[in-house]
Design a protein around this ligand. Sequence first.
Ligand SMILES: [Zn+2]
Length: 257
Amino acid sequence: MSHREGTGTPAGGPAVMVLAHNDDEVFINARIRALIRSGGEVQAVWLTAGLLAPSPDTRREESRAAMAYLGVPAEKLSFWDYPDLRTLGHLEEIVSRLASYLSTAVPAEIYVPSFEGGHPDHDVANFAVSQAVCRSTLAAQVYEFPVTNACRGRVPVLGGFVPDSVPVLRTPRRPEDRRVWLRLWQLHRSQYRYLRIPLALCLDRSRWREGEPYRPLPRHNYLERPHGGRLGYERLLGFHFGRFRSAVREYLEAHGA
Ligand SMILES: [Zn+2]
């Protein structure tokens, strides 16, 4: 697949955003805008129905409004409504469904939240995409983007990668980046109520100086913790990495990997 780094349009198919939650798209919004601006097509699928909202309908409406603002029409959006925090229990089904969805979409590029221990559904999405791409023998370039992790300890990092040796790409910054970011959170108002203070305190601000980060999906070893120390979901949700590792091991053994 040809691809002009940082700003380009994927050649030969749409870019597909595989998202765990309604609002994950905000963390890759600059890339979505760059793709739309250069004539690319963008699709998105959300795995979960959302937790911190009056109803799943509210979350879906917020994502529809956010994506419309970014230039992605409603007919390109899919909502799968698995229970928030419980995608791990549907791993086999999610991989199968993703493989089928991606085979139909024939994407040139796929974007998914990073494997970073911030939320179990993000790690599930990341693992599921890696397996679905293998299963469907797609030639798509797969990228991951950071949402949240606890690599600095007690204070979370929002929108910044766990430091490692994998090179980071960045969508070149534009004057409207902060205004669009704020507008998207206003559209996701059911979440912004809870996230406004963490975002103000913990956002990796390199996105404003250098551009929104993403990178080619590394060959993660999903049986190993994504960083040292306690993970974000271990600190905040009481969800231990061992649960993720066990489910991944079971899946890999069942598939002869
Ligand atoms: Zn999320």
